[in-house]
Design a protein around this ligand. Structure first.
Ligand code: FMN
Length: 219
């Protein structure tokens, strides 16, 4: 045990902080409309350090982050999205199809930061603890880190958009990453062009927030 880090002086979070934290959760948005202004690389590194404080099964820390800076690789991702989105949209008909084509489902072209997030499915760290019955928990650990990144980014006014309409194996090839990594998310990050406290899909009439009975059961 590392006694040097056991302290009776753990911070107490004030009511004001808790209210602000609730506001942060309310205002965290998936952002697809970005200004093209740059993001300071040291700010991005600071946000990634915060994200990596996330919980992980067996403390295996399976997150692997790829900053996609190369213009050619970014262009390949845009092409990948365009093809995947055409295929996804073709599954809708009538009014729903019209609505789908009006949606902006990625900010890949404008976003100053592209970040691909992978899970190392069998990392040495953690000695396999907790993963033997539910191996998918290493993927979930990466999702936890992404949510932390999302909140930390929002706290400094940076927007993050999750792009999943992609051929994941082609992303793997485009980014030339180890074969035992699996893509969890492709993220766009930048300064939001139109901050809102409502999800874009709600504003566009695609899906309302679900509330009420049925979401939480008592047994
Ligand atoms: C796993 C995951 C995948 C997502 N993929 C996409 C995507 O490909 N394109 C997109 O526009 N939004 C994507 N989103 C964002 C959701 O549409 C968004 O979270 C939801 O509409 C609620 O809006 P909010 O995040 O602003 O609260 C994704 C979100 C998650 C958690």
């Amino acid at each position: 045990m590392c006694e040097a880090h056991i302290s009776l002086n753990a911070p107490e979070f004030s009511l004001e902080f808790r209210e602000e934290f609730a506001a942060l959760l309310r205002w965290r948005r998936d952002v697809r409309h970005f200004k093209t202004d740059a993001v300071d690389p040291s700010l991005l590194d600071d946000l990634l350090r915060q994200a990596m404080l996330a919980p992980s099964v067996g403390f295996c820390q399976p997150w692997r982050w790829v900053k996609v800076n190369d213009a050619g690789r970014r262009a390949a991702i845009v092409e990948n999205f365009t093809a995947a989105n055409l295929a996804a949209g073709a599954r809708y008909e009538g009014e729903k199809a019209e609505q789908y084509w009006r949606l902006k489902l990625a900010g890949l072209v404008e976003a100053p930061v592209h970040l691909a997030v992978f899970a190392d499915l069998d990392p040495a760290e953690g000695g396999g603890l907790g993963r033997q019955t539910m191996p998918e928990t290493s993927r979930w650990s990466v999702v936890m880190a992404i949510h932390g990144l999302w909140l930390a980014a929002q706290a400094v006014g940076l927007g993050l958009g999750w792009v999943s309409i992609l051929d994941a194996s082609a992303v793997q090839t485009t980014l030339d990453v180890p074969g035992d990594w699996t893509l969890i998310a492709y993220l766009c990050m930048g300064w939001p062009a139109e901050p809102s406290d409502l999800p874009l899909l709600e504003r566009e009439g695609w899906q309302e927030r679900v509330a009420g009975a049925g979401l939480i059961l008592e047994r």
